[in-house]
Design a protein around this ligand. Structure first.
Ligand SMILES: Cc1ncc(COP(=O)(O)O)c(C=O)c1O
Length: 434
């Protein structure tokens, strides 16, 4: 039973007065809104002291749980040498080496402050490399908040004919009309046809290798790789979610498909603001400022906080933890048990629902057939998803109505309590809709 203190109620009210943006999970019950008091490992507490098993994990970064000792140790020691200098530092160099060691496409690396920045600069690099403007992305794919990315993402309502894009926010300049082309995820034939038709205008193709929680169908990524390589169009993997989550080499290593460029974020830096762009040497080198002096095509992509020692040292410390034997095996085990538990609870409740994704990040959909792209996902009843998340939260299990993020530090007891909460919540939901 969740009890909310007056202190927490006052903080929530003040947040609503001060902040125009909602940083809360979607809920039907305002009483479930909370203000974080603290978080440790796989658990999070609100200011009133209610405890939740956390499958939101800050929207993905905490693969090894909140406040991991290695992260705290780096934060205790490194800032004594200064927090940002603009000039490179030892931690950034070592992190660059680690990324090149683990991520198949990485020959060169640049550091930024968020996933949105990394995808933004990836698309700019592709434009300079190709001397063309248009970017192809997939319907329902999310690449952050930059104007080029905020097109036909997961919040898109209509179904215009491909390759027409729908902006997902007001405020995108009309000048971008027609600059982003849209293809259906998991439909190689349709995508290849759009790429072939527009090859002479395309600067790059950007894709989440696992789009939200839709796994690529066998042969899909390979086919996209082949058609882009045929036309020498840079293929950009957005691995902001899958990077270091689906293994040290991310989805590209897991599926054996090497893109030209890749954006990484979230799990690499344990909650510190770091975005990584990496990829082929000949494309990445276009960002070298010497090229400006040489009057060569150049992509400018610096930032005040890029490569700062705090974020890069935390990422290095985390990678050292991730490299230890057994970490990814445990992550896979936790995810498989929670996901199987969810599937069993669905079957027992008689509710029409299914689960998509990989063990470390997956989702429930209230529809008969498992979705595989944006349009099939629209068959799902999202209201039931929000209600399910509310019912889980009432029992001390936190997830966003979009994804379950798994960590390697969820305990066996967490798993058991979570599966119990699945049964109670789905049985309750079944009663409500019968
Ligand atoms: C696949 C993907 N790309 C890019 C982003 C944007 O990253 P950030 O929120 O760090 O800007 C996100 C964030 O959720 C994401 O899931």
């Amino acid at each position: 039973m969740i009890e909310r203190s007056d202190e927490e109620r006052a903080l929530i009210a003040e947040a609503e007065r001060l902040f125009p943006t909602s940083t809360r999970c979607l809920t039907f019950d305002p009483e479930l809104n909370f203000c974080v008091g603290k978080a440790k490992g796989s658990h999070i507490w609100d200011v009133s002291g209610n405890e939740y098993i956390d499958y939101l994990l800050g929207s993905g970064p905490h693969l090894l749980g909140h406040a991991h000792p290695a992260v705290l140790e780096a934060l205790r020691t490194v800032p004594e040498g200064g927090t940002s200098h603009l000039i490179i530092n030892e931690h950034a160099v070592k992190l660059g080496q680690k990324i090149v060691e683990h991520v198949p496409c990485a020959e060169m690396v640049s550091f930024h402050s968020s996933g949105s920045e990394a995808t933004f600069f990836a698309m700019r690099l592709a434009r300079v490399y190709r001397k063309r403007d248009k970017i192809l992305k997939f319907e329902g794919g999310y690449h952050g908040m930059n104007d080029y990315a905020m097109m036909s993402n997961q919040w898109t309502m209509g179904s215009p004919p491909y390759p027409k894009a729908v902006p997902n926010t007001h405020g995108i300049p009309r000048a971008l009309n027609g600059q982003v082309l849209i293809a259906p995820f998991n439909d190689l034939e349709a995508t290849a046809a759009i790429i072939s038709e527009h090859e002479d205008e395309l600067a790059g193709v950007i894709i989440e290798p696992v789009q939200r929680t839709f796994e690529p169908k066998p042969g899909f990524l390979k086919g996209i790789r082949e058609v882009t390589a045929n036309f020498d169009i840079p293929l950009i993997f957005d691995e902001v979610v899958t990077g270091f989550r689906m293994g040290l080499g991310g989805a590209q290593a897991a599926y054996g498909i090497t893109p030209d460029l890749c954006a990484i974020g979230k799990a690499i830096s344990g909650g510190l603001p770091l975005g990584v762009l990496c990829g082929r040497q000949d494309i990445m080198a276009i960002a070298n400022p010497k090229r400006r002096l040489q009057m060569l095509p150049y992509s400018m992509q610096t930032g005040t906080f890029s490569s700062n020692p705090v974020c890069t040292s935390v990422a290095l410390a985390l990678i050292a933890e991730l490299e230890k034997p057994g970490v990814y095996e445990r992550l896979e085990e936790v995810g498989t048990r929670v996901r199987d538990g969810l599937r069993n609870a669905i079957a027992d409740s008689g509710i029409e629902a299914c689960v998509t994704g990989v063990p470390s990040v997956f989702e429930i959909w209230f529809t008969k057939d498992a979705p595989f792209d944006h349009r099939s996902a629209k068959e799902s009843d999202f209201y039931k998803n929000i209600r399910f998340s509310d019912l889980l939260l009432q029992q001390g299990v936190l997830k966003a109505a979009e994804k379950f993020f798994i960590s390697a530090v969820h305990t066996d007891e967490d798993i058991e309590r979570t599966i119990e909460a699945f049964h109670v919540s789905l049985d309750q939901l079944a009663k409500e809709i019968s």
